[in-house]
Ligand binder design. Structure first.
Ligand code: NAP
Length: 338
């Protein structure tokens, strides 16, 4: 017997990738329901090669009898509908930021803290971390287990797909406008994104950091270890898919870069590509459409006592969102909902 699964935000970047990932990984679903806003109710989304799902209006949908919902309709919408689905007995795996720091909601990356899934019973909600946190903790986990991380300083290079499908259109349209000499009108982004970089993702906080930077710090602590300090600078770059990160880590114990490389090679979800030569590292173009978190440019930081730097790239729509949600659903189905 398979599960009844709802995909909330099924017409969006993450929702479409969730449907694709479920098919690819043969998630045991008997019935898949595509939900989005009233605007797209009645339209169709693909589910695998042959199946087409009619999109239904989330606001009118009753979750009774649905086992699992994979949700990505934005935080405000999730705030309203996720508790409603949970109360109806459906376990919601939520991609939005709304419930991530709720102490009664586990924040899960299966390669790092799969056991935390057990805590879903309090609210029937499991949160998926932010895409930039997600790929970083997958790479940090094997290093923390062995050498104990004290502090992380990270700069991100985040693709426009992390801001939704309209943001991808904005990069495309601005790029075209520049070539044909049309005026540029920033809409989703605060400044021109084509041929530019913007050191501003999400809203500003009182201390001068942005909420995206704050999320990387608090989410890493919730998932990996409450003692780890994280200082992030999050930057939007004109890349369609794939987030990159330059990560610098300070450890409590002396670390050898070759041993670190070996530990990363053995870690689940990580692929090391580190040849110290032309093309011997991964860029977002190669990571797009792929599952792993790629780690390159592993090297000792000689300016601090126990320091290591590396470059980390992953598809933000897959491991950064859809794949992680489906992996959580797989553990849930295998170990909890039997
Ligand atoms: N993109 C990433 O890398 C990433 C990673 C992790 C988490 N997330 C989070 O996932 C969420 C969605 O991101 P996205 O990139 O998929 O955005 P998106 O491409 O803009 O898609 C948004 C989806 O939400 C639906 N939606 C919007 N308002 C709704 C409403 N009132 N009721 C029901 N459905 C509604 C949209 O349906 P319509 O087509 O009907 O408007 C669409 O299916 C965001 O919270 C984002 O922060 C994204």
């Amino acid at each position: 017997m398979g599960y009844r699964v709802a995909v909330i935000g099924a017409t969006g970047n993450v929702g479409r990738e969730m449907l694709k990932t479920m098919v690819e990984r043969r998630f045991p679903a008997d019935d898949v329901i595509a939900l989005a806003s009233e605007r797209s109710a009645g339209s169709e989304v693909s589910y695998g090669e042959d199946e087409v799902l009619k999109v239904r209006d989330l606001a009118k949908f009753d979750f009774k009898g649905v086992d699992i919902a994979l949700s990505s309709p934005g935080a405000k919408v999730s705030a309203v509908h996720t508790p409603r689905a949970g109360a109806a007995g459906c376990v919601v795996i939520d991609n939005t930021s709304y419930f991530r720091m709720d102490p009664d909601v586990p924040l899960v990356v299966p390669e790092v803290n799969a056991k935390a899934i057990a805590g879903y019973t309090k609210k029937n909600i499991i949160a998926n971390p932010n895409c930039s946190t997600m790929q970083m903790v997958v790479a940090l986990k094997p290093l923390h287990d062995r050498w104990t991380i004290k502090r992380v300083v990270v700069a991100t290079y985040q693709s426009v797909s992390g801001a939704g499908k309209e943001a991808m259109d904005e990069l495309f349209n601005q790029t075209r406008s520049i070539y044909v000499n049309d005026p540029i009108r920033p809409e989703r982004f605060t400044k021109q994104i084509a041929f530019n970089v913007i050191p501003h993702i999400d809203v500003f906080m009182e201390d001068g950091s942005t909420k995206e930077e704050w999320k990387m710090a608090v989410e890493t602590r919730k998932i990996l270890d409450p003692e780890i300090l994280v200082h992030a600078t999050c930057v939007r770059v004109p890349v369609f898919i794939g987030h990159s990160e330059a990560v610098n880590v300070e450890f409590a114990n002396p670390i050898d870069e070759n041993e670190a490389r070996e530990a990363l090679k053995k870690a689940p979800g990580v692929v090391v590509v580190d040849h110290r030569a032309n093309e011997g590292y991964v860029t977002p173009v190669e990571a797009a459409g792929e599952d792993p978190v790629y780690v390159s440019r592993i090297r000792k930081d000689p300016t601090i006592k126990n320091g290591l730097s590396f470059w980390c790239v992953s598809d933000n729509l897959r491991k950064g969102a859809a794949l992680n949600a489906v992996q959580i659903a797989e553990v849930l189905a295998r170990d909890y909902l039997k």
